[in-house]
Write a protein that binds this ligand. Structure first.
Ligand code: GLA
Length: 393
């Protein structure tokens, strides 16, 4: 199993929306939690129900995190006599419909995982040549989202062809099931993703070889952030670039500072990424909660205009990212690339602000005053300043 996970982690990942070609299912990037980082493929009913309860109790659900995604490992090792996938009975004794009902009763949604080949990335039965059957099974259980990977044997078919098959099968069920494309080997999924899916992975796994407990640093998310650059305009209007999960409070060997974790959360919000938690929400520190439930930053991610932000400046020392918001204001992230504190300056004219602007700091939750020409602030190593600019006419 370990070998399989390692080998497959290098290959693929895509999420699709059954209705993507028509009216999008999502109007804002989905927010939720995924089992892969906290539990790898060792998931069971008890853990998922505990996570659901923790989502409610901690306030995460009410902050917007509603989609609980069961990643690889939920299925039995073989299909049943009627060739259906089913949840492993020793780990999910009541079956998947029971779990879906449990989540729905708590105002949550349920996501599931499969692959377009004969096996999933961790070696469980994939959906190849069973697309219609599997889509109908998921719809009957009340599934709300499918992350569809690209692992496993698939004869001569292309990933695009097979993902399109599953997208159509989901749509034919009549149930709105969000679809995520997990194909990243080509780096080109964004070119066609919106035709069949709600969202697509823009790069590889943000933490690779997870079963080997690698050290996780800000470089993990920085690499995935860079894979979004140039793809911004393919997202929006119900279709989203997914640079993979948040690694705030990553559960093993997490070497990120508090500031680095705040930076990932800020940057994921500025690029309109799905906010998918990758931590064990049953145990969260006050600091972790303060990051994940920062309402002002979540509002930037979920902004009605649905227009992903872009990187407008990158030099040796810093990066500037800007996202235009629905109310005419701008969200800005100033990222310090250095290992030391730095005084960083945002040149307001260079980003099209000729007159006065009000600045609000979205981590301090405070107005900073009115500025012309420049705004300068002290930024922690690999940290950010995240502000909102309101131009004064
Ligand atoms: C691939 C995906 C991961 C995860 C694993 C499961 O590596 O990219 O996100 O779903 O498969 O095996």
């Amino acid at each position: 199993m370990r070998k399989t996970i390692v080998a497959l982690a290098l290959t693929a990942c895509v999420a699709l929306s059954a209705n993507a070609q028509d009216k999008p299912i999502t109007t804002a990037p989905p927010m939720g939690w995924m089992s892969w980082f906290p539990f790898i493929d060792k998931i069971d009913e008890k853990k998922i129900m505990e996570v659901a309860d923790a989502m409610v109790k901690s306030g995460l659900r009410d902050a917007g995190y509603k989609l609980l995604q069961l990643d690889d490992g939920w299925m039995a090792a073989k299909r049943d006599k009627e060739a259906r996938q089913y949840a492993d009975t020793s780990r999910f004794p009541h079956g998947m419909k029971y779990l879906a009902d449990y989540l729905h009763a708590r105002g949550l949604k349920i996501g599931i995982y499969s692959s377009n080949g004969m096996q999933t990335c961790a070696g469980y039965p994939g959906s190849y040549n069973h697309e219609e059957l599997d889509a109908n099974t998921y719809a009957a259980w009340g599934i709300d989202y499918l992350k569809y990977d690209a692992c496993g044997e698939k004869e001569k078919h292309t990933d695009r062809e097979l993902h399109t098959r599953m997208s159509k099968a989901l749509k034919a069920t009549g149930r709105p099931i969000m679809f995520e494309i997990c194909i990243f080997s080509s780096g080109q999924t964004h070119l066609w993703g919106a035709e069949i899916a709600d969202m697509w992975r823009t790069g590889g796994d943000i933490v690779k070889f997870i079963d080997k407990n690698p050290e996780v640093t800000y470089k993990n998310w920085y690499e995935n952030l860079n894979q979004v650059v140039g793809k911004e305009n393919y997202a929006g209007n119900g279709h989203w670039n997914d640079p993979d999960n948040l690694i705030v409070d990553y559960p093993r060997n997490n070497k990120q500072t508090y500031d680095e974790q705040k930076a990932q959360f800020s940057l994921w919000s500025i690029v309109s990424a799905p906010l998918t938690l990758g931590n064990d929400v049953r145990n969260m520190s006050a600091q972790t909660k303060a990051i994940l439930m920062n309402k002002e930053i979540i509002a930037v991610d979920q902004d009605k205009a649905g227009k992903p932000g872009t990187r407008v400046l990158a030099d040796e020392q810093k990066e500037i990212w800007i996202k235009p918001l629905n109310d005419g204001t701008k969200a800005v992230v100033i990222f310090n690339k250095e290992n030391t504190n730095a005084m960083l300056t945002l040149n307001l004219k260079a980003i099209g602000i000729a007159g006065k602007t009000m600045v609000r700091d979205l981590w301090e939750h405070a107005g900073k005053g009115t500025f012309t020409n420049t705004y300068t602030a002290k930024v922690a190593p690999h940290g950010v300043i995240m502000i909102k600019l309101t131009e004064l006419k």
